[in-house]
Write a protein that binds this ligand. Structure first.
Ligand SMILES: [Zn+2]
Length: 119
């Protein structure tokens, strides 16, 4: 791994999210949704601190756009239980694979991931 690639990888995994990302990696193979994702998909998603993102100020736990490889984790994300943080990571990885939602759908995606694949 080149130094540049190493730095990019580290920048895409904030310390506060390391454990949630590892937990999500174990949950992903269990997830059956409109869009399939697996552990390999998680490796190419970049996670950034979302403080300052408008959606975070509106109460989101994390933000991305369908098809995007960049996920912003909001300050509220850090205050959730480890299980919920992992489910949120899975939720966002599903979006990065193209899963769309409207606002009302958002909570049900996370709840379904949590119910089927949480501990
Ligand atoms: Zn969502």
């Amino acid at each position: 791994m080149t130094m540049l690639l190493l730095l990019a990888t580290l920048a895409g995994r904030p310390g506060f999210a390391e454990r949630a990302i590892d937990d999500a990696s174990r949950m992903l193979p269990c997830v059956v949704y409109d869009v399939r994702a697996d552990t390999e998909d998680l490796k190419i998603v970049l996670f950034y601190d979302g403080a300052g993102q408008r959606a975070c100020a509106r109460g989101a736990l994390a933000v991305t756009a369908p098809g995007s490889r960049v996920v912003f984790l909001c300050p509220r994300f850090q205050r959730q239980t480890p299980e919920l943080r992992a489910a949120v990571i899975v939720h966002e990885v599903l979006h990065s694979k193209g899963l769309k939602e409207d606002r009302h759908h958002s909570i049900s995606i996370t709840e379904e991931v949590f119910r089927r694949c949480g501990r």
